[in-house]
Design a protein around this ligand. Structure first.
Ligand code: SAH
Length: 333
C-alpha cells in the first residue's frame, strides 16, 4: 500500500477504491454489524493541562463528577437499550482513586455480568491498572495522541511524557486488557511524517481498538484559534488503518459526526465498525466539553440510539446486542 500517495492524492477514484477495500475487509471480519458502546463521561475534573483539550486544568469551567449511583443508572438505561459495553471516560481526577473505580467496576460487572467495561481515565501506574483489571475491567482506551516524541511535546506540557504514555499502553497490554490507542487528525504540528509514525505504531503494536477523529478547537485552550482537522483525511486514515490491521475495532467518532452531518456514516463506509452513543446524564453532557459544539449534547439516550440505529439501517448495517469483543478470527486474503 502506497500510504504517501493515498494520503495526498486528489484522484477520487483512488480514494473510493481505498474506502471500498477497507469496507470489504471489515465485512469479511465482522460482517455488516456495527457495535455500539455506551459512553459515560464520569468527570471533567482533570489534573493535566493538555494544550488541545477543553477540560484541561487551566480552563475556567464548571466541574462535575458522577456518583456511583448516577453511573449505574446510566448503565441501566443503556442495558435496556441493548448496550453490552459501557465506557467510563473522564479527566485525570484524583477523586477517582483505585478504591473508588474498583468499587464502581465491580458494581457494574455484578449487575450486568453480560457486559464489558471499558475505562478511559488517562495515565495511571501499573499497580493501579492491575487493580482495575482484577476488579473486572475488560478494556482500556488511552490514545497515544502522536507517535512522534517531538510532536507529543508540542501538544502537552513539560510535565507529561511520551515515554510514560507508551509505557501505560504496554502495561495495559501485559495485564490482559484489550487496549485502545489513537490520535487526533489535524492536531497542531502534525505532518505527513508524524502521521506515518502513527500508522507504523498501529501496524506494530496492533491495538485491539483505534480511536481517531479530527482535532476540533476548544474554547479557552492555547489552540482555540487553530483550524479543525480534515474530515476527508480522517476518512482516508480510517480506511488505511482497517487495511493495515483488518481485525481492529474502529469507531466512527463523535468528533467526525460533529464536523460533518454524515461524518459517522462516511466513516463506516470507509471501514469503521463501532459507534459510541453518549449515555451521560443530560445535565452534565454539555460540561464534558473537550472541544466546541460536541454532537448530541441535548438528546436523550433512547433518542440518540434510535437515531443511530436508523442511520446505520439506511446504509445497510445492523446493531447486534453484543459485547463486540476483538475478533481473533482468521481471514483469508
Ligand atoms: N483523560 C483521558 C480521556 C481524554 S478525552 C485520557 O487522557 O485518555 C479522549 C480523547 O479526546 C483524547 O485522547 C483526545 O485524543 C481527544 N480530544 C481531546 N481534545 C480534543 C479536541 N480538542 N479535538 C478533538 N479531540 C480531542
Amino acid at each position: 500500500m502506497d500510504i504517501d500517495y493515498l494520503l495526498t492524492t486528489s484522484d477520487p477514484v483512488a480514494v473510493q477504491d481505498l474506502f471500498d477495500e477497507a469496507a470489504r475487509l471489515r465485512d469479511e471480519v465482522y460482517g455488516r454489524r456495527i457495535f455500539i458502546r455506551g459512553l459515560i463521561e464520569i468527570t471533567n475534573h482533570c489534573r493535566n493541562n493538555c494544550l488541545y483539550c477543553g477540560i484541561r486544568r487551566d480552563v475556567k469551567t464548571q466541574r462535575y463528577r458522577l456518583s456511583k449511583e448516577q453511573i449505574l443508572d446510566c448503565c441501566r438505561t443503556g442495558h435496556a437499550l441493548g448496550f453490552r459495553t459501557f465506557v467510563l471516560q473522564g479527566g485525570e481526577d484524583a477523586w477517582f482513586t483505585d478504591d473508588v473505580v474498583c468499587d464502581i467496576v465491580s458494581a457494574i460487572k455484578g449487575e450486568f455480568p453480560d457486559c464489558a467495561v471499558t475505562l478511559s481515565l488517562g495515565e495511571r501506574g501499573r499497580e493501579s491498572f492491575t487493580r482495575l483489571r482484577e476488579a473486572g475491567a475488560d478494556r482500556y482506551l488511552l490514545r497515544h495522541e502522536t507517535a512522534d516524541a517531538n510532536h507529543y511535546a508540542h501538544l502537552h506540557p513539560a510535565e507529561m511524557s511520551f515515554e510514560h504514555r507508551m509505557q501505560c499502553l504496554h502495561d495495559l497490554r501485559d495485564l490482559g486488557f484489550q487496549v485502545g490507542a489513537g490520535f487526533m487528525v489535524g492536531s497542531p504540528g502534525q505532518t505527513l511524517e508524524t502521521l506515518k509514525k502513527d500508522l507504523d505504531f498501529i501496524a506494530d503494536f496492533r491495538p485491539e481498538m483505534v480511536g481517531i477523529g479530527p482535532f476540533i478547537p476548544a474554547a479557552g485552550t492555547p489552540f482555540e484559534k487553530h483550524p479543525a482537522g480534515s474530515v476527508e483525511l480522517t476518512l482516508r486514515l480510517l480506511a488505511i488503518i482497517r487495511i493495515l490491521h483488518p481485525h481492529v475495532l474502529l469507531p466512527a467518532t463523535t468528533a467526525l459526526g460533529t464536523l460533518h452531518p454524515q461524518g459517522r456514516e462516511r466513516a463506516i463506509n470507509a471501514g469503521a465498525n463501532v459507534v459510541m452513543p453518549n449515555l451521560s446524564p443530560q445535565d452534565t453532557r454539555a460540561l464534558y466539553s473537550i472541544y466546541n459544539n460536541k454532537l448530541s449534547t441535548h438528546s436523550e439516550a433512547a433518542e440518540t440510539v434510535a437515531d443511530t440505529r436508523a442511520r446505520l439501517k439506511a446504509i445497510g448495517f445492523d446493531i447486534p446486542v453484543d459485547r463486540g469483543d476483538f475478533s481473533k478470527l482468521k481471514i483469508e486474503n
